[in-house]
Design a protein around this ligand. Sequence first.
Ligand SMILES: Nc1ncnc2c1ncn2[C@@H]1O[C@H](COP(=O)(O)OP(=O)(O)OP(=O)(O)O)[C@@H](O)[C@H]1O
Ligand SMILES: [Mg+2]
Length: 226
Amino acid sequence: MSVIAINELKKRFTNGEVEEEILKGINLELQPREITALVGASGSGKSTLLTIAAGLQPSSEGSIVFNGQDLTQMNSEEIRKIRAKDFGFVFQSSHLVPFLTVEEQLYLMLEVAGKHLSKVELQKEVRELLQRVGMEHRKNAYPSSLSGGERQRVAIARAIVHRPKILFADEPTASLDSLKSKDVMKLIRELTTSFNITTLIVTHDREMLDYVDNIITMKDGFIQSN
Ligand SMILES: Nc1ncnc2c1ncn2[C@@H]1O[C@H](COP(=O)(O)OP(=O)(O)OP(=O)(O)O)[C@@H](O)[C@H]1O
Ligand SMILES: [Mg+2]
């Protein structure tokens, strides 16, 4: 059973008088514990597809079935709840809150997700995950004192601390050097499997594809058959 099924998805934008179709009928299913990579030229529609699948912007046509429900039929409050509880996000820039420590970033996310755990349980979850991503020793540090790779590790921990079903990652390694990129990608691989997540990742970096299960190539709003 797929975790999410995207059917005949279309997206049109209107620029002035001109309407442009950016996604032209996308079909895609993501399977549990698999990483699917979206690759393709700049402007081919990768980020648009990822953000629509994640409920961050509406589609023009088609359906997105998650947990037996069609996201395209939901109101914004229903989508917000699913995003907070079941989805995790990582982007090119870590987007950490500058005035929160590493562990506070994770507590904040748990609060947003509405996880009702005791203080002791919360602390255990956060500490264990930080250990897992190799950042426990920096739990009291602020983002400004972390390296780019460390920030991305914290961003990944924050994205999955509430145990989402799906991790959406748009070029999570684009601001890192090759060695750090591989470390981050290995981490995403490990966590996807052991935390039972399903991951959709956009990447330009061919080296990252060694760590994924499926590669989907986009071209001009279509999926190119491999
Ligand atoms: N809100 C918007 N309004 C109008 N056009 C948009 C909007 N968002 C995206 N587009 C256009 O849709 C096309 C696809 O954009 P998208 O960001 O999905 O590409 P991408 O494959 O992620 O590219 P990149 O690899 O450069 O990140 C582009 O031509 C872009 O200009
Ligand atoms: Mg993009």
